[in-house]
Structures are given as C-alpha cells and as structure tokens.
Design a protein around this ligand. Structure first.
Ligand SMILES: Cc1cc2nc3c(=O)[nH]c(=O)nc-3n(C[C@H](O)[C@H](O)[C@H](O)COP(=O)(O)OP(=O)(O)OC[C@H]3O[C@@H](n4cnc5c(N)ncnc54)[C@H](O)[C@@H]3O)c2cc1C
Length: 389
C-alpha cells in the first residue's frame, strides 16, 4: 500500500496513539480515525501501578495527548465506542455506525485475566478507572491480598507497602516474575518483595474465593481488607471473528495480520513473528514499522526489546528476550548469591550466545549491554565486557 485514503486505528492506547503520530511523522496527509473503547483520551499505563497508586500523581498526569491535540494532528477521534466487528475494509462500532477504511490497524491491547467465579469486589488493574478504584481502597484499608506475583502484582504490592498497608502476595510458581525473568532472577525479585515487608507465598494453588479472600489447595484461607488479582491479560480480540485470542493477532515482520488483507496490528494484542511482547517500548517500535509499511516506506532499523518495572525503590530492567535461554551468567553484583540486590546484573545465554541482560537498580550498566545483546555476543565477550565496566 502506498497512498491509503483513510487509515482507521482501533484502540486508543499507547500503540494506537503512536501509530497515528508515526503516520503523520512520515508525512502522510490522508484521513486518520482513532477509535477507543474508553472515554479517556490516550493515557500511559505504567504509572497506574506506580505513581497513581502511591498517590504521587494525579490521574491527569498520565495523559499522553488530549482530543484537541489529536484534532490538531488531523486525527478524528471516536472515544467511548468499542469496535464490535471487523469485515474487509470496514469496522462496525458499538453505536451501530460503520467506518470504512483502506488500512485498518488493530491496537486493542489486553483485558485483565480473571479467575473463575471472581467476585466483582475483587480488583484487577489494566485501566485508569481500575487504578483509581484500587487507589481509593488503598486510602482506607490496612491489608491487601495480591494474587499473582508478576510485575504488575509486585508493583501493586510495592505501592501498597509505601502507604503502610500490610501485603500478602500469592504466587503459583516457585518465584515471582519468573515467567519473564526465569527462576534465578525471579528468586531475586522474590527477595525484593520479602525485603520490602511483603508476606510472599510461592507454589500456592488457589481453589476459589471466600468472603474477603481466597481458599488454597491445602484447605487454608487467606483474607485481607481488599483483594487484587494480577495474573496477566488476554488479548482484547473478542470483536474479531475467527481468531484465537489467547495467541494474539499473528503478524508478519511488518505487522500485517496473517489472513486479513489490509489489517495491521501493534502493541500487546499483536504477535509479531510468533512472539507477543507486552512492553511499552515495543508498542512504539511496532507503530513506527506499521506506519511506514502502510505508506510504503522502508521500516526503521530493528530495535532490541526493552522492559522495566519499578518496585521497592529499584528499577528492574530487561533488554533482549530471555525465553529460550539455557544459562544465566552473573555479570555484576552478588544478588544471585544472596548479596545486595541493588547493582545485580546477569546475562541470559542461549547456545552460548547472549540473548538478554537483566538488572536490578543498575540502569547505567544495563544500557551498556544493548549492542552486545543485539550482536549475540558469546560468553567470553560478555564477561570480558563486564570486566571493563
Ligand atoms: C498497570 C500497568 C503497568 C505497566 N507497567 C509497565 C512498565 O513498567 N514497563 C513496561 O514496559 N510496560 C508496562 N506496562 C505495559 C504497557 O503499558 C503496555 O505494553 C502498553 O500499554 C501496550 O499498549 P497497547 O496500545 O497495545 O495497549 P493498551 O495501552 O492497553 O491500549 C489498548 C486500548 O484499546 C482499547 N480497546 C480494546 N478493545 C477495543 C475495541 N474493541 N474497540 C475500541 N477500543 C478498544 C482499550 O480500551 C485500550 O484503551 C504496564 C501495563 C499496565 C496495565
């Protein structure tokens, strides 16, 4: 496609916003429409579990662009409306209207995963409204139960602790965040929680909900003044017929959705080359590629995936993709051996090649490893480089 008359972007979160911005950055002058299910103009999600929950930020500060700013970019917004059906060249909205376009970009993100029979009083955290509801609770409770010790669960725990709330985290795996970080660095992330005063219980199986909490497989119950379930998200795709939502929208390297002519996907909902990354930076990187593909321009150079999480005063950072790694290589600090967590950095090797690097409170060091990860440096080169830092 070189000169579409109308580009329709579905999903007014980060990926959708970056797509419309990138389209204009290419010099595209045609019509752009942005449809968003939430009433809010595009806002940023990372602060929801951090500064918004701690009370350090008022919700307005998460705003990325106002409707007026989008209008100034020549973007027509349709907020508070869900896309309910996708057909070739058209999208039907929840108010019954149909929008026609020659390029459609799906950027509908995730919906928070829920447990079976989850009561309405139990919180999840995906949207600004979710964050405000949880924040209102944190202002008046003494104890919080967090189900799920992934990054969002851990950040909620950290924010609640900063408000003096007693926190219990229940994690099904032997270590929190281990799906993303692996067992060894997951154990370090677990220590961050316990050193932060959290009652962390791992290898826990939940069998159901009880009044004010959950029942566990061993017959015991855990209760608190409020409960949050943070067990990840499911791609928001129930409006597109015939796709397996659990896998996301399968895309080629430039974001074109397989089997759907004239449709691209970006962000958390998109599975590019068999991989779905729920990273803030990936949404922007993919939007840059998709916008250029839509207008027939060459893609920008590939980037190394990057993710961060702020917990208990430390920034956890991950560059590259550790899935598939078969060895963890300590590079800096002694956190993996029970020493101080801050300053701990480790590499992930797959077949002897560096595929990712993760660190705790080591931003300056992490940034230096980007090129080595991009080049797939070998073990000796990684250790040699570490010795120079
Ligand atoms: C609490 C929280 C904290 C996070 N912290 C970090 C962090 O520290 N570091 C990091 O790298 N990443 C973090 N992330 C992840 C990051 O925010 C996401 O990767 C990013 O928001 C993905 O952008 P997206 O556009 O794909 O999805 P979203 O930002 O979720 O936007 C999707 C939008 O589409 C809308 N939508 C859904 N269905 C429809 C429909 N049918 N019609 C119209 N609109 C629809 C949704 O309402 C939503 O507004 C965090 C996420 C959350 C929720």
């Amino acid at each position: 496609m070189t000169n579409p008359e109308h580009v329709l972007v579905v999903g007014a979160g980060l990926g959708g916003l970056r797509t419309v911005e990138q389209l204009r950055a290419t010099g595209y002058e045609g019509r752009i429409s942005l449809v968003g299910a939430e009433e809010h103009a595009p806002y940023d999600r990372p602060p929801l579990s951090k500064q918004v929950l701690t009370g350090d930020w008022e919700p307005e500060r998460t705003g990325l662009r106002t409707v007026e700013e989008l209008e100034n970019l020549g973007v027509r917004t349709h907020l508070g409306l869900r896309a309910v059906a996708l057909r070739p060249g058209e999208v039907e909205l929840s108010d019954g209207a149909t929008l026609y376009a020659d390029a459609i970009v799906v950027a509908t993100g995730l919906v928070a995963r829920r447990l079976p029979d989850q009561p309405a009083s139990v919180h999840t955290l995906r949207t600004l409204d979710d964050a405000l509801a949880l924040r209102a609770q944190l202002e008046k409770i003494g104890s919080l139960l967090v189900v799920g010790g992934g990054f969002i669960g851990a950040e909620v725990a950290s924010s609640a602790r900063s408000r003096g709330v007693e926190v219990t985290v229940l994690e099904a795996l032997p270590a929190p965040s281990s799906r993303a970080l692996g067992a060894d660095l997951g154990a370090v992330a677990g220590r961050l929680l316990t050193e932060g005063g959290v009652d962390l219980r791992t290898n826990v199986r939940i069998t159901g909900f009880v009044d004010g909490g959950v029942a566990l497989e061993d017959g015991s119950t855990v209760t608190a003044d409020a409960v949050v379930v943070g067990i990840g998200g499911v791609p928001d795709l129930d409006w597109i017929e015939g796709v397996d939502a659990s896998r996301g929208l399968l895309c080629g390297p430039s974001g074109r959705v397989e089997g759907l002519e004239g449709v691209w996907a970006v962000g958390d909902v998109a599975s590019w080359d068999g991989h779905r990354s729920e990273h803030w930076t990936s949404a922007g990187d993919q939007a840059a590629v998709v916008a250029r593909d839509i207008v027939g321009e060459e893609a920008p150079p590939a980037t190394v995936p990057y993710f961060w999480s702020d917990q208990f005063g430390l920034k956890i950072q991950l560059i590259g993709r550790p899935d598939g790694a078969d060895e963890v290589l300590p590079l800096h600090g002694t956190g993996l051996d029970g020493g101080p967590i801050k300053g701990t950095v480790a590499g992930y090797l797959a077949g002897g090649k560096l595929v990712a690097v993760a660190g705790f409170g080591a931003a300056r060091l992490i940034a230096r490893y980007r090129a080595l990860v991009a080049d797939g440096a070998d073990r000796a080169a990684a250790l040699e480089f570490a010795a120079t830092l």
